[in-house]
Ligand binder design. Sequence first.
Ligand SMILES: [Fe+2]
Ligand SMILES: [Fe+2]
Length: 185
Amino acid sequence: MTCIELMVDEHKKVIRMLAVIRRLCGRVLNNEAVDYGDFFVIVDFIRNYTDKHHHGKEEAMLFARMMEELGPTAEKIIRHGMLVEHEFGRLYVKELEDAVRRVLEGDMDARLDVIANATSYTHLLARHIDKEDNVIYKYGQNNLSKETMDRLERECDAFEQTAAESKTQDKYLNILKELEAKYIA
Ligand SMILES: [Fe+2]
Ligand SMILES: [Fe+2]
């Protein structure tokens, strides 16, 4: 699997987690029993898998190379588009975490902030991933030099190897499967 194929595959896992988030928000909305601790598990997945593991590769490898090599239009799209959206995602997740804490402290109005931030995050990421899969990754793949693509593969392999040593990929895939079994099945 190439680095770009791997990142497209990671998007599929991220999208599966977005479905879990939406289902959990539905429970909050309908006043059903909710294990609010699961939101913290989701926040861990988002921060360490979606952001650190997946966006980490985009930011340090593919997008960095595209900004260096593909001129001002590519730089503008990445810096003011993709990277800004990564930042918005971080903000929603921070606000989600704060809102879950407030609910657990007894502030039931904060359920609205849980739903608002969690669903806003899902909409943002779904649009973001669609752009990456259909435009940004393809643009990078079609326009970066062969040497740069080779370098990307080497860096990506080393990154994956290091993550595998601390079982990052397995850990977060298991978390995803557990939450799907609880909320989607
Ligand atoms: Fe991204
Ligand atoms: Fe991505």
